[in-house]
Design a binder for this molecule. Structure first.
Ligand code: SF4
Length: 359
């Protein structure tokens, strides 16, 4: 294979590529390793990714109403601003009434999916989550309910699914065990996380995985392992974003991830897994004001406006300078503008995963 056009043709035809062809693309210093100019090659990758998105989903962008309902977490991921050991974090926990009110705001805005996201909060037990999901499902039979509440026993995942949850986001963050051990304390194990993803799949969820780009200790080899893992898991949703430091973590001084490399990975994932629902993540929007549009231009097709009540929104601080609009209306207006400027249109429906047509 020689050149980016041949590689793109190969990716589209086979949905994979040899390690030796992918590794240069995962190297921030790719310019030196590739015969064409990097910018031109990235433009070709992103045009191909947009064509694949169009083939599967049209130029539609799905909206997910995000509610960050608790920032208590018993885990201690070294990169995260709300890790248990961060005593400086201002903690909050929404109760059922506040969450249901936020869900109503999502529904009134016309969105077909709500995402309930939180840390692994010991007071939000499985039974309590189950009752909440059941109540939302009862009030809104057609609303897609996505959960993002971390690792739980398989029986809990099954109970939440039976209560009415449709989708579950659980990013593995890295698929390499040595790298996982660098980013997490010893009691958090990659094997446990991958087991949880398998349990979610077995419970019948649309599953979401994903990883950080540019996290400490990551090289092209780790990124390749991340792609290979996702090719094998075949999740319906994939969230990736640049690593962004938080000042109250062990990685406070670590450099942030490379935006251009992140966008290249979004495009590559669209080519490897054309049916994936790929968000232009908040981390992308934080890394650059133009991050959301750039993500859409790289083949992303999901945006997640934030419906967390304004009084606590700033406290869900996973990394520094997290992007956030002043009001939901302002965020939605900005999203409309961004989606249009990427040549796409908003679809307010549930936006479920769909199989790519043959060819
Ligand atoms: S990344 Fe998630 S699991 Fe890890 S400490 Fe932060 S909120 Fe908890």
């Amino acid at each position: 294979m020689s050149g980016i056009d041949a590689l793109i043709r190969h990716l589209v035809a086979t949905r994979t590529a040899p390690d030796a062809e992918l590794l240069p693309l995962l190297d921030p210093d790719w310019l030196a390793a590739w015969p064409e100019r990097r910018a031109a090659a990235d433009a070709a990758l992103m045009a191909a990714a947009r064509a694949e998105r169009r083939r599967v989903y049209g130029d539609t962008v799905f909206l997910r109403g995000l509610i960050e309902f608790t920032n208590y977490c018993s885990n201690d991921c070294y990169y995260c601003g709300i890790r248990a050991s961060n005593r400086a974090a201002v903690r909050y926990r929404l109760d059922e009434a506040a969450i249901l009110a936020a869900v109503e705001t999502v529904v009134r805005a016309g969105l077909g999916t709500v995402v309930l996201q939180g840390g692994e909060d010991p007071l939000w037990t499985c039974g309590r989550l189950e009752a909440l999901v059941r109540e939302i499902r009862g009030a809104h039979p057609d609303l897609a309910i996505t959960l993002s509440v971390g690792e739980h026993p398989a029986a809990c995942y099954q109970a939440l699914r039976a209560a009415g949850a449709d989708r579950y986001l659980l990013r593995e963050e890295t698929a390499d065990p040595r790298h996982y051990a660098l980013l997490h304390p010893p009691h958090q194990q990659l094997a446990t996380r991958l087991r949880a993803l398998a349990d979610l799949r077995a419970a019948g969820y649309q599953v979401g995985g994903g990883f950080m780009v540019g996290s400490p200790g990551q090289s092209p080899r780790e990124l390749l392992a991340d792609l290979r893992y996702l090719q094998q898991l075949r999740p319906e949703m994939i969230g990736i974003g640049p690593f962004l430091h938080h000042h109250e973590t062990p990685f406070a001084a670590a450099p942030d991830g490379d935006l251009r490399l992140t966008l290249r990975l979004v495009a590559l994932l669209r080519l490897l897994l054309p049916s994936a629902l790929l968000p232009a993540t908040t981390a992308l929007a934080t890394a650059s004001e133009a991050g959301r549009v750039a993500g859409l231009n790289a083949g992303a097709n999901v945006l997640m406006p934030n419906f967390t009540p304004p009084a606590v929104r700033a406290d869900y601080s996973l990394y520094d300078n997290k992007s956030r609009a002043d009001t939901i209306d302002a965020d939605l207006a900005e999203i409309r503008r961004q989606v249009e400027s990427a040549g796409c249109r908003i679809d307010f429906g549930r936006g479920d995963w769909r199989a790519a047509p043959e060819g």
